[in-house]
Design a binder for this molecule. Structure first.
Ligand SMILES: NC(=O)c1ccc[n+]([C@@H]2O[C@H](COP(=O)([O-])OP(=O)(O)OC[C@H]3O[C@@H](n4cnc5c(N)ncnc54)[C@H](O)[C@@H]3O)[C@@H](O)[C@H]2O)c1
Length: 313
């Protein structure tokens, strides 16, 4: 049994991770400033004696005794991270410095939730961890992409300079229950539009592809990466390599939800990559992991979650 800190623990991925760590018998300290996370995401955990919740902003130092840290705090969707871009960079960079400082002080092992956005708009498909990326440093998405890249740099400098035990996980598009309803991400967008009978908005011609990893698969991988031997640092890609076009996704959502919504087409936002696909051979080799939940199955669960939310609201 370990004492585990999850920053951003009241968010979409963080809440599933907290659940999973509690189920494994660990003590979990969830730290969140509730910028995009909500108490309702973790309400079912509050009565568990091994779960603690602390309202705290990771851009400020934190002094707690823990054995492991999962650093997830950071808004993840463009709508949220562009709301206050300076704060987004601060959360990634100052947040990483504060959590790495904490890990150094208490000799904790620390895992960074990085992102496929570090590859920017890539020229290489699928993206292996060795690809350095093609990122615009001055665009509207840069606060997130470059913040996450700088956080990776900090993790590796703490590893080189202070021999900290680090793990860097590059997360590709993940979806599932507790995604935000209105954050502009494609899966939640399509599902909510379909369930409300609104038009389904497709950006561009709908032929750009994305890969979708179900949250349970991702959480399994994160836990396995944390458990790897100290010599393993990553970066390691975690995602589902099966590609779907936006049109295919929209059609699947329509058929699973039984919706009669129509598709409408709008211009592509700037810096939106046409294709992003993880090369997961490292994950297969190091943690024996590959996704197990197919898009249809994951979408069914996610649609059920949104149906309940929409009925309740
Ligand atoms: N969901 C994905 O597809 C995806 C893909 C790549 C990377 N990631 C990364 O995974 C992590 C979690 O993403 P998510 O999808 O759960 O997003 P989310 O917005 O649901 O979760 C982020 C959490 O961090 C909290 N937070 C934000 N700023 C904070 C601060 N300064 N101090 C304390 N807490 C703060 C938010 O309140 C929220 O609970 C993020 O770091 C994100 O960059 C997610």
């Amino acid at each position: 049994m370990e004492r585990i800190l999850v920053t951003g623990g009241a968010g979409f991925l963080g809440s599933h991770l907290c659940e999973r760590l509690l189920a494994q018998g660990h003590d979990v300290l969830c730290v969140d400033n509730f910028f995009t996370g909500t108490k309702s995401n973790i309400a079912h955990l509050l009565m568990q004696p091994r779960f603690e919740l602390l309202r705290h902003d990771v851009t400020f130092p934190l002094y707690v005794e823990v054995d492991r840290i999962y650093n997830l705090a950071c808004p993840a969707s463009p709508i949220h991270y562009q709301f206050d871009p300076v704060q987004t960079t601060k959360t990634s960079v100052h947040g990483a410095i504060n959590m790495l400082g904490l890990a150094k002080r208490v000799k904790a092992k620390i895992l960074q939730a990085s992102t496929s956005e570090v590859y920017g708009d890539p020229e290489v498909h699928p993206q292996p961890e060795s690809y350095w990326g093609r990122v615009n440093p001055v665009g509207a998405r840069s606060c997130y992409d470059e913040g996450k890249r700088c956080a990776e740099t900090l993790f590796f400098d703490y590893w080189r300079q202070h021999r900290l035990r680090i793990k860097v996980v590059r997360i590709f598009n993940t979806y599932g229950p507790r995604m935000h309803q209105n954050d502009g991400r494609v899966v939640s967008n399509f599902i909510v539009q379909a369930l409300k009978g609104n038009d389904i908005t497709i950006y561009g011609d709908g032929m750009q592809t994305r890969c979708f990893c179900y949250v349970d698969d991702l959480v399994e991988a994160m836990v396995r990466v944390m458990d790897t031997a100290d010599e393993f640092t990553g970066p390691i890609n975690i995602g589902n390599p099966v590609e779907f076009t936006m049109l295919q996704l929209a059609e699947l959502v329509l058929s699973l939800s039984g919706s009669k919504s129509k598709l409408v087409f709008k211009p592509l936002p700037s810096d939106d990559p046409r294709q992003r696909q993880p090369d997961i051979s490292l994950a297969e080799k190091v943690i024996g992991w590959s996704p197990t939940i197919e898009l249809r199955q994951g979408l069914e669960r996610t649609i059920r979650y949104f149906e309940d939310r929409i009925i309740a609201s």
